[in-house]
Design a protein around this ligand. Structure first.
Ligand code: ADP
Ligand code: MG
Length: 245
């Protein structure tokens, strides 16, 4: 299994942070020690999703500038044992460089089974920093033309950056809306347009949102939990059926 994984998408609001946090929890529930790194400088959100926003003192910019030690920016998640967070810099101007992020990851990677980087939207500087240390890339799409086009653009950029192990996650899928909106005849049409191999489908789930936005663990939606667990399993090399949404 690749140790350093980035979650990206091109377009904002597709569910990158939700997927990063939920996948991190899925790996932790598989007894892995997981480090989540929020790279969305100025727009961080994983601290809320992991229930640690009130205890934040330092962020990755503090460690980089020498304001604190590396261990002071690693926060244990409130709801899931084995899941840890490095919060993004609070200010957009404290954006990290690819080299600094890589150095940081090199210094801590022996302590974790998997490191998941949450990328900002777009294919700009923040994206390039987030993908730089990654050995595998998850691209998160919604079943909408603008989101799918964004993912196709991200794939192109990832290929230019010579990234391998690129996989597609279709998030927020609602069968009812899919057929009602009729943007695509089936999921294969999305896979074809992005040209990215599918690794998982996550259902639209009000319970996941309710839990994640409150920083608590979601236990209510077994379909969504199964979907995240199966993505974790596939990343570990298991051969699992696609979750039915
Ligand atoms: N599977 C899902 N079902 C329902 N809502 C979701 C799902 N995944 C994400 N969302 C919602 O979509 C919005 C954007 O999610 P977020 O993870 O912040 O996206 P991004 O990090 O890509 O900007 C949030 O309101 C979030 O609660
Ligand atoms: Mg986000």
């Amino acid at each position: 299994m690749s140790k350093v994984l980035v979650v990206t998408s091109g377009k904002g609001g597709t569910g990158k942070s939700t997927v990063a946090a939920s996948l991190g929890a899925a790996f932790a529930n598989r007894n892995k020690r997981v480090l989540l790194i929020d790279c969305d400088s100025g727009m961080r959100g994983l601290d809320i999703m992991l229930g640690v926003s009130k205890s934040l003192v330092f962020d990755i910019a503090d460690a980089v500038s020498g304001n604190c030690k590396t261990e002071h920016i690693i926060y244990p998640c409130a709801h899931t044992e084995g899941l840890f967070l490095v919060p993004a810099p609070q200010k957009a101007e404290d954006e990290l460089s690819p080299e600094v992020l890589s150095q940081f990851i090199d210094s801590v990677k022996n302590q974790y089974d998997i490191i998941i980087i949450d990328s900002p939207a777009g294919v700009g500087k923040g994206f390039e920093t987030a993908v730089y240390p990654a050995q595998a890339c998850l691209v998160v799409a919604n079943a909408e033309p603008t989101s799918v086009r964004g993912c196709a653009n991200v794939r192109k950029r990832l290929m230019e950056l010579q990234k391998e192990n690129i996989r597609l996650v279709i998030n927020r899928l609602s069968k009812r809306n899919f057929f009602k909106l009729n943007f695509y005849p089936d999921l294969d049409a999305i896979i074809d347009e992005t040209q990215i191999q599918l690794i998982g489908v996550v259902p639209e789930s009000a319970q996941v949102v309710a839990a994640i936005q409150k920083g608590i663990v979601c236990t209510a939606d077994s379909k969504a939990l199964t979907a995240f667990d199966r993505i974790a399993g596939r990343l570990e090399g298991e051969s699992l059926p696609l979750a039915v949404c």
